[in-house]
Design a protein around this ligand. Structure first.
Ligand code: UDX
Length: 423
């Protein structure tokens, strides 16, 4: 079918490329001219495993990026994949959702065929019904029997987004009527996955609750880890035993410096803010975020216990993105760690295989190294923040350090000189 996708970021670009792989024709609308032309010349503006190969296969054939909305009236379905970043109070900023909805509506004004508008962005329950639908219908001057509305959340992990799109645990389709839901479900033909057909608000909540549950597992593992650390017990041994219960599963129980990224912090805050606006007191969700706020600073506390005053010390920080296999530094746990080190007068030598440039934009006052050895040279201590496999290979490089104090925020090193934040 002909699909329009609004927003060429992590979700929109990956969805475009995967729908093209499933045989559909994609009209990707990206307002950033440079991004749109990079996509058309098969140069991915973001790093994702497998994206470059698929982009060169589909760009300018069955996937075209453009900056204008006119192609929408020629398509059958339009996906909204724009960002919903957090406002200062933690609530979701829906301004891009609203402007995309208006633009889609005006593009559908002269369209004489049935069209389905689908929200894929993560939005607070009620957004599709109360914001997207009125905006599209008003701008298009059309009725609800001519335009269908669906909510179809994504469950893509950065770095594994293509794999996650093509191998979903489930496909969630929220709609009020069978017709529009059937149309969106048919787009996924070729993927083997259970389909959850439900209401629109329930679909919005499934996404929020899934991310909040995953974040809760991580904060739980970190809290148990902090207790284990005082007992001299290895929390990874504990969670290995805990995770064998089929009701718990071993996934997302890796203790460390906390969760980052553009989703978990934003979505837990969004759900928390929604709860408050409805008169609920989200006690558990508040504590999930509180544990996560404190966790990275435990790296600095542990470091101070090991080497004392950090003033004029040289600290290597390996891992800058919010996790390995991505260049995305949004909400990275390395941010509060580096800011705290700089505040205490340390000089920071940072390295990440992919995220040096992303972090440089956020924290210019840090020395970014080309490799781990350069960062470790004469360092008084080293903090490992993400699970890049190349960090796991490090061993003799640590001999370059002035003093071999190594603290892990993620369990990755094979050499046993390291101490863990929770192990
Ligand atoms: C997450 C969800 O997994 C995905 O389903 C959703 O669509 C978007 O948000 P993402 O944020 O890209 O994906 O990465 P993910 O792999 O989930 O990791 C999120 C954060 O949790 C990272 O900072 C990671 O280091 C951390 N994490 C993950 C842990 O600290 N412990 C774990 O056991 C797993």
């Amino acid at each position: 079918m002909k699909i329009s996708i609004v927003g060429g970021g992590y979700v929109g670009l990956i969805s475009s490329i995967c729908f093209a792989e499933l045989g559909h024709c994609i009209n990707l609308i990206e307002i950033d001219v440079e991004k749109a032309s990079a996509i058309n010349s098969a140069k991915p503006p973001i790093y994702e495993k497998g994206l470059e190969e698929l982009l060169s296969k589909h760009a300018r054939r069955d996937l075209t990026a453009t900056t204008d909305y006119s192609g929408i009236s020629e398509s059958d379905v339009t996906f909204i994949c724009v960002g919903t970043p957090p406002n200062h109070d933690g609530s979701a900023d829906l301004s891009m959702i609203e402007s995309a909805s208006r633009s889609i509506g005006s593009a559908l004004k002269d369209c004489d065929r049935y069209h389905v508008v689908t929200v894929k962005s993560t939005v607070p329950p009620g957004t599709t019904q109360n914001l997207v639908m009125p905006a599209v219908l008003k701008e298009s001057c059309r009725s609800q029997c001519e335009i269908g509305f669906v909510m179809n959340p994504e469950f893509l992990r950065e770095g594994l987004a293509i794999q996650d799109f093509m191998n979903p645990d489930r496909i969630v389709i929220g709609s009020t009527d069978g017709r529009e839901g059937d149309i969106v479900q048919s787009l996924y033909c070729g993927l083997e996955a259970p389909v959850v057909r439900t209401g629109i608000a329930a679909a919005e909540m499934i996404k929020y609750a899934s991310n909040a549950m995953l974040a809760t597992k991580i904060s739980f593992a970190n809290e148990v880890g902090n207790i284990c650390k005082r007992l001299g017990v290895d929390v990874y041994e504990v969670m290995r035993g805990v995770g064998m219960d089929h009701r718990i599963s071993p996934h997302f129980l890796n203790a460390g410096a906390g969760f980052g990224g553009s989703c978990f912090p934003k979505d837990v805050s969004g759900l928390l803010s929604l709860a408050k606006s409805l008169g609920e007191d989200p006690i558990l969700l508040k504590s999930v975020l509180e544990v996560n706020e404190h966790q990275p600073l435990r790296m600095v506390e542990l470091l101070q216990r090991r080497i004392g005053d950090l003033k004029d010390k040289r600290i290597a920080v390996l891992g800058l993105a919010f996790k390995n296999d991505t260049d995305d530094a949004r909400e990275s746990r390395s941010l509060p760690v580096i800011e705290s080190l700089l505040m205490k007068g340390a000089s920071v030598f940072a390295y990440d295989p992919k995220a040096n440039e992303s972090m440089r934009k956020i924290l210019p006052g840090v020395l970014y190294c080309r490799n781990a050895s350069e960062a470790l040279m004469s360092a008084d201590a080293c903090l490992i923040m993400t699970e890049w496999p190349e960090f796991g290979q490090l061993d003799e490089e640590f001999d370059l350090m002035r003093s071999k104090v190594i603290i892990e925020g993620r369990r990755i090193l094979s050499c046993r000189d390291a101490e863990g934040i929770c192990w």
